[in-house]
Design a protein around this ligand. Sequence first.
Ligand code: ATP
Ligand code: MG
Length: 578
Amino acid sequence: MVDHRSSAPPALGPPKPSEGGAVDFIRAIVEEDIASGKHHGRVATRFPPEPNGYLHIGHAKSICLNFGVAQEHGGTCNLRFDDTNPTTEDVEYVDAIKEDVRWLGFEWSAELYASDYFERLYQFAVELIKAGQAYVDSLSADEIRKYRGTLTEPGKNSPYRDRSVEENLDLFARMRAGEFPDGAHVLRAKIDMASPNLNLRDPALYRIRHAHHHRTGDAWRIYPMYDFAHPLSDALEKITHSLCTLEFEDHRPLYDWLVNAVDVHQGSDKPRQIEFARLNLNYTVMSKRKLLQLVQQGLVSEWDDPRLPTISGLRRRGYTPESIRDFCARIGVAKKENVIDVAQLEHSIREDLNRRAPRVMGVLRPVKVVLTNYPEGQVEEVDVINNPEDESAGTRKVPFARELYIERDDFIENPPKKFFRLSPGKEVRLRCAYFITCHEVVKNDRGEIVELRCTYDPATRGGDSPDGRKVKATLHWVSAAHAVPAEVRLYDRLFSVEDPENAPEGKTFLDYLNPHSLEVLRDALVEPSLASAAPGDRVQFERLGYFSVDPDSRPGALVFNRTVSLRDTWARIAQKNS
Ligand code: ATP
Ligand code: MG
């Protein structure tokens, strides 16, 4: 078996031209900044996941962008965990995220945690209080919401807004010391309660949370808000371009306010936030909260269930890192929200595996064929090309004998007009072997077909007839005595509607699960060359699709996942119905 697992290329190497030719708007900004000497030509990005779930294909877009932009300019890209929400975060997620980023083929310049900055962030907050730019508010969460106003109405100042600097410093220190229960106070920036941008109406900077943090333990009783921690972490790391998704566009004025209010590096150039459209894919959900629900409710097996759009799920399904990077390069980066057809992702993996997956034969739903004129006990080895797309992959020998299995679907006793595969009296080719003709159908007492008795034409060895006789179908097969049993898991879309996240009133995305998203075939038979196949190996089962060996697989109990069919069956169904 050829091992087609990919090894990750070393990441931040020498600059290389951006993939795909055309430069997107973010790369254009970066190139302009380099040309104008901004940041002294330095490029520093970061990928900032919150460790509250596994990464998904949307994150892959952000990873390819952040690491890609840095790579192309000999810059740096940090992996920064935005771990400011102790109650939802966990080291399990930190480890999974690191594994996924590496598997995608990227290596970070530094591994950093927002929690490493907690002390410095606290000191920045103290600075803001001293400058009269932050205050401790003692309104309840409900009151704060009421005071905030709406998009059409200005907010109202909190009665606590004009506390003295001394009182604010004292209260903030006591918040830190754990003197108050959750929700008793918050630290807020003092900006403008009448701003048309709600994010500038005295946003919260710190909240009290008596919670254990996976890294800082019980050291902190207050935790910084994302909107406070993120820009200042960027500034601390001297990030030049802080790339994030569009929903943060309205937060940019606050981002800028903070990096200007807190002069982290005494005047050196400041990070710039640039927003791009997130990746949306149809027939799936991508919010980590929803993915977590699917996992917790047992609706999928785990975070790496091959039906999930998680990186670990795609990996288990048989996707290659190259195919995911190719997909990200093809969809590009733009400012406008859109929905990408999951068929595009499937296209990328099909193209990659077409180039490198060895072709093998496996019968998913077997029916027995007996060649009545083939000598009992004889075994031949037929030569089969491993990959017509890759001459260097060579050929292999596959045993052929009197008793074989073919796909049950490849035989119909009373075929409709345009059925060219096997039926009584019809001649077909067995791939790389012989022409065979069916002359008898053997059934059990329930009327089910148990055996097809056929004759073979010895003159057609190798799969061609010397008299120029043509057949219309070529079937895959395995030798009964040599085949290896396998379990095959067929996957389909997890949801039966395009946009499960947009469920109508009274329904949730869970109401749209596709009941047929997993079909397990336990009686499959595969050719003996696969006996030693190892988890992660990828093959094409001829005529059926691309498959990869699941981590559940054991010698003698092989398990294959269907990565993707050979052609897009959904497109064909849609075409037929239109
Ligand atoms: P979710 O809503 O799924 O929980 P998130 O945005 O909260 O996602 P983070 O861990 O905060 O997840 O994301 C890390 C980075 O990945 C952020 O910069 C975020 O903007 C980016 N990102 C998340 N989802 C997508 C997506 N669908 N497309 C592109 N980038 C994304
Ligand atoms: Mg987030």
